[in-house]
Structures are given as structure tokens and as C-alpha cells.
Write a protein that binds this ligand. Sequence first.
Ligand SMILES: Nc1ncnc2c1ncn2[C@@H]1O[C@H](COP(=O)(O)OP(=O)(O)OP(=O)(O)O)[C@@H](O)[C@H]1O
Length: 446
Amino acid sequence: MACAQTGSGKTAAFCFPIIANILRGGVDSVGRSRKAVPLALILSPTRELSSQIYEEARKFTFQTGIRPVVIYGGAPVQQQLRELERGCDMLVATPGRLSDLIERGRVSLGRVHYLALDEADRMLDMGFEPQIRRIVEGEGMPPTGQRQTLMFSATFPKEIQRLASDFLYDYIFLTVGRVGSSTDLIVQHVEMVEQADKRHVLLDLVKEVEGLTLVFVETKRGADALEDFLVRQGLHATSIHGDRSQMERERALATFRSGKTPVMVATDVAARGLDIPHVKHVINFDLPNDIDDYVHRIGRTGRAGKKGLATALYAPEKDGQIARGLVDLLSETNQEVPGWLAGCAAEAGYGGNKRRGGNRFGGRDFRKDSNYGGGGGRSWNDGYGGGGYGGGYGGRQQSYGNSCEFSALLHAVHCTLFQPSHHMQSCNRHQFMGCLSAWLCLVPSV
Ligand SMILES: Nc1ncnc2c1ncn2[C@@H]1O[C@H](COP(=O)(O)OP(=O)(O)OP(=O)(O)O)[C@@H](O)[C@H]1O
């Protein structure tokens, strides 16, 4: 179970060790076959994110002999079937299309040795849990203990950690920075705006900051309406949401990425995982109800060590429940907390949407609070950074204090997969980066 800030490189942190492990064992490809039998399965909640992970995996596996394939809904199945037939070692999938192709007998999970859940908390929340459970427990996948299971997200609410442990065996909880926090590379502003004034304020904000601007709204209809409004104001805007065809969604992303439509209005379908370079400004036109959703949304900017800007339009008549979470998040990321917002939070009290997880410095392993009996391993800390716990019970925990350390999570996952029992204490980050560079030299085109 691994938790690190948005834009900190989690994709590489699960892809490299999986690829390296497959290479270590020698690629035992089944080759062309009607039924795909992948060695690694990577599940993600949205089509666009699956597509992005696949593109990364394709780069990382170049000339290794490992063949990644992606399958997701909304796209013609025939082409995906043809790709599967050509051989598939690493399958990147959304749960719906995967279940469909398992039912049709075109994918078997019987050889899956590496299972990665990206955006794990989303994958295991109420919406996806039954599907994930069926895929992981009911379709012949090797059980925990015989496969490596990796779960990644920038947020990991306690109740989801508990659920996640069902799919894990003797697991390690790795954290970089604070669980569920955002990076302090993002400058965050919160403005109090009456609902009726939001459009005018938005126009000013869009004109003030040049560059790609991503505007989050609550509903699909709201996204359509706001896009229309912006276009009528003469701005080059597009929108993305779940009622759009896959082709429209992809076109919207492409024109946004290229800067042809530098403003994109989006629902939460674009909140997680998407890595679009040069997003300057994320505007929460409507605030989400959950602070973790806010963390993912603003995480579309300030990626890979770059700075970003996020502005939230806080409507006092409807956003009271996120006030406490916002105040906590702003404080812990060294942002200015407006006095009026602190007042709203105090009014809303702690009964509202209090940040889940309570004291999260350095990452928190919920088992320490709840006497939860899962895991049964050890707990240690290699002294890399601040935070984290020493000693303990019910599993192992590794915490890294430096939230901006790209290699930290990659190193940790690598060590966990290669030598789960002792390697962590003896392999330092420099040695690890040496291994990684050596490996990259073997695959010069990566
Ligand atoms: N070691 C590294 N050095 C420089 N750039 C990196 C490194 N690792 C990853 N990146 C880049 O950082 C960006 C963000 O990576 P990635 O999309 O994996 O983030 P993430 O942690 O999964 O974010 P999110 O929580 O939003 O899904 C990507 O453009 C990636 O290429």
C-alpha cells in the first residue's frame, strides 16, 4: 500500500519494479493466443488514465520483449481483442471492460503475478469494490501470498486501507510525506464567492493567468453549461465528462493538451491521475464534498517538481462541509488560511467533513489506532526523513518525510518487491538509483 503526493511519480514507482521483476524471471511470454494470459494486471478507474499508464508502460518496456496492452470501455472492442491476441504480458485495464473480456473467455487471470491498483482508494470505494472483488477473488487469479499486490494513491482514507488489506498478505504501508496531503508546490487560494457571481469571477481568473486552465464543476450538465458560457465569451474552451463519447473525451483532452483550447471544464472524471504538462491553474468552480477529491483535482497542476496554482470558489451557502478539511490542508501545506474560512470551519465544527485519518504526519497506519489484526509482520523506519512510526505491530510501515523526493517511492517499492524481508534496511537510495541507471543502460531507448 503506497501513498505519495499527486505528480510525484507513482506510475513509474509501480511500473519499473514490475517490469524489472518480470525481466528478472525471464519473460515467459505465451505469445499469440486467442486468450490473453498476462503476468501483470494494472487496474485504474478511468479510460484516460488507463491509456496514460499504458503509454508510460510502452516506453518503459521498449525493447524488453514485454508486451503491454490496454483495454477500456467506450472504444471498439475488436481492435483491443486483436491487440490481446498478439500477446499480452502487462495488461492495463478499466474494471468494466476487463470483466466483459473475462466473461467472453478472452482474458485469463490465472498467471497474474503482479496486481497493481492505481488510485486504489477510488478503486475500492463503494462504486468499484464489488467489481474489483470479483476480478481479484472470483476469476482464478493466484491468491494473496502467491502474487504481489500493489496499491497506489495520493489519498488513502482509513476505511479504505482496512478494505484494501483484504487483498494483501503481509503487507507494507509506504508513505512519502503526509497521507492524503497535497504538495506544497501548489499555491492555493480560496475565495468566498456567492453562487450567482461565480461566472464573472471565473472570467477574471481565466484572463488573469495565462496558460492551461482546468476548471472543475460538480455535474455533467454544469460542465456543458459552463463551456457554452466561456465559448460565448470568446474563450477557447472545451469540456470533458462521462456523458461524452469516448472520441469526444479524447478530442477534448488532445485540444487541451496542445493548447488549442487552453480552458477545459471537467467533472471528476478528469480529477485523478491525468498527467497533462503545463497545467498552470486549477479552478474549483464548484468545490467537491470530499477533501480527498479536492487534493486529486488540484494535483493536476504542480506536477513533477513544477509549481502550480489552484483557486477555489467557496460558496458559503453550500460548501460548509469541506471548510474544516480545507483549513487543515492549507495549514499543513503552509498556505495562507483566510480568517473567514477558519470562521466557517469553526462554525461547521468537527462534525462536518473532518479530514479522514486525523493526525497524518509522516503517514499513518490505521492499524496502530484500531488494533486491526491484518498483516502480522514488522514495523520499521529506515531513518530517511521525518514522520512515520517506529516499532509497532500488525504489518510493516515505511515513511519518507520528503514529499518532493521523486526517487523515494520508487526506491521503496523496488526494495519491497525485490527483497521484502530485509533489503529495506541495507539498500540506500543511492545504491538503488545506481541499480536503476544500470538497468536503464541495458535498455538504452527508455
Ligand atoms: N524521477 C523522476 N524525475 C522526473 N520526472 C519524473 C520522475 N518520475 C516521474 N516523473 C514525471 O512526473 C510526472 C508525474 O508522474 P505520475 O503521473 O506518475 O504522478 P502520480 O504520482 O501518479 O500522480 P497522481 O497522483 O496525480 O496520479 C510525469 O510526467 C512523470 O513523467
